[in-house]
Design a protein around this ligand. Structure first.
Ligand SMILES: Nc1nc2c(ncn2[C@@H]2O[C@H](COP(=O)(O)OP(=O)(O)O)[C@@H](O)[C@H]2O)c(=O)[nH]1
Ligand SMILES: [Ca+2]
Length: 406
């Protein structure tokens, strides 16, 4: 049932002679058009000797908000934000390498949720920006990425950066990505039982470094943190009437405000008269996740790398250090959710959604994926100064497909 992806089997070919031994530095530019922002990752690789694999030397990273989907009705303005970021690459990459440096943009859940027509209009404008640049523009350089690739590529990034994809004794780690509009879970199943119990479209095989990995991966569209806010408020996938009010027990009682997401304006507020706090809030977010996600038994006992909004909310509430990250148990999110939700007035200066976000993360981990209270999560933003993002895995794929990895 599983589809076979063999992107990586030729990456870093062991015995190849470089065409030009002096030209040992090369670059790859990958844009992440996420639902909440657009980011550029400029990777530098160095081929130190012909018999060794190219090494990832560094990354230049910059981001802008909002994401492309906020420009659904002004595609040219959206492409303008991409152009600004691309100007950074002009400065970062030496001119004589511009023509050899590929540039690619992959959009994720924000564009998946737009109409085909609006998404294509945005991508077309971006393509024009690329074509006017001095960089190498491959075919399919601009598009919407498949959700399963998003998970696999992030898994590759994390396991590559932690050294699990080379050498003996590979002990790969599973990955959890929580975006604005979608969320991904990816791991390498260790038990035959897991493969049997898993729906076929949750399994993908691919080969890399002479190994075949059969991964469990799934992207849940509409289960990102910001989409979950709308779902909790009852506003997701609704024709929102202008000025319509959505209320929740996860918000401060007196709150009334407006929020723009995906080009739509929402009004939201607290339960003025009714209940507030962790208990009623948890029941609300539970409705969003309960019974909607596949729960692989195997993950209950294993630890995972978690990033993006898992990281951000843990850092916002001092569960981890903002720079260093850290290791948490699932129940730490629950403890913090209770603390914030039952004392919302004390957290007034933070985001009014802090209680809802923490309650949702708790519900997603426990009732969605089925993790245990004491499941360990390694919260990571960077490994060896490289961002933990699917973009590095995507860049490997890109360089491989272009045969640029001599
Ligand atoms: N560690 C890390 N996190 C990122 C990076 N880019 C975006 N994020 C996080 O991703 C989250 C936003 O998700 P986004 O990509 O906009 O939404 P998606 O389209 O649903 O995946 C936020 O928590 C960001 O901090 C990155 O390069 N590195
Ligand atoms: Ca993302």
């Amino acid at each position: 049932h599983s589809n076979r992806v063999m992107w990586f089997q030729d990456f870093f070919p062991p015995n190849m002679c470089p065409i030009n031994a002096k030209a040992n530095t090369f670059y790859g530019i990958m844009f992440d058009a996420g639902s909440t922002g657009t980011r550029i990752h400029i990777y530098t690789f160095v081929q130190k000797s012909p018999e060794n694999l190219p090494e990832l030397e560094g990354e230049i990273f910059e981001s802008v908000k909002p994401g492309l989907s906020a420009y659904a009705d002004q595609p040219e303005k959206g492409a303008e934000t991409v152009k600004k970021l691309l100007d950074m690459a002009i400065d970062a990459v030496p001119p004589h390498l511009w023509k050899k440096t590929p540039v690619v943009l992959k959009a994720t859940a924000g564009l998946r949720l737009l109409s085909e027509e609006k998404a294509q209009a945005l991508l077309l404008e971006v393509k024009e920006v690329f074509e006017e640049s001095p960089f190498l523009v491959p075919e399919d350089s601009v598009g919407i990425m498949d959700g399963s690739h998003e998970g696999i590529l992030a898994w590759i990034t994390v396991n590559f950066l932690t050294g699990q994809l080379s050498g003996q004794n590979q002990q790969t780690v599973g990955t959890l990505d929580l975006g604005g509009a979608s969320t991904q879970i990816t791991f390498l199943p260790r038990f035959e039982e897991t493969l049997k119990e898993t729906p076929g479209d949750f399994l993908t095989s691919f080969e890399m470094f002479n190994s075949t990995y059969k991964l469990y991966t799934h992207s849940y569209l509409g289960f990102g943190l910001k989409a979950a806010r709308l779902a909790t408020l009852g506003a997701l996938n609704m024709e929102v009437v202008d000025g319509q009010m959505f209320r929740s027990s996860c918000l401060p009682k007196q709150l009334e405000a407006e929020w723009h997401f995906g080009g739509v304006k929402y009004r939201y507020g607290g339960n003025k008269e009714g209940e507030t706090g962790f208990k009623p809030c948890y029941l609300e977010v539970l409705k969003v996740v309960k019974g909607k996600l596949h729960q692989p038994d195997e993950i209950r006992g294993s630890s995972f790398y978690a990033f993006s909004y898992y990281y951000d909310r843990a850092a916002d509430t001092n569960l981890i250090d903002y720079e260093q990250g850290g290791v948490l148990e699932v129940r730490d999110f629950e403890r913090k959710a209770k603390e914030v939700c039952d004392n919302m007035e004390r957290y007034n200066s933070a985001s009014p959604f802090l209680c809802m976000d923490l309650a949702y993360i708790t519900a997603l981990l426990k009732e969605g994926f089925g993790f245990r209270d004491h499941t360990l999560l390694q919260l990571t933003k960077k490994v060896n100064n490289i961002e933990t993002s699917w973009t590095l895995g995507a860049t490997f794929h890109l360089l491989q497909s272009l045969g640029l990895t001599y």
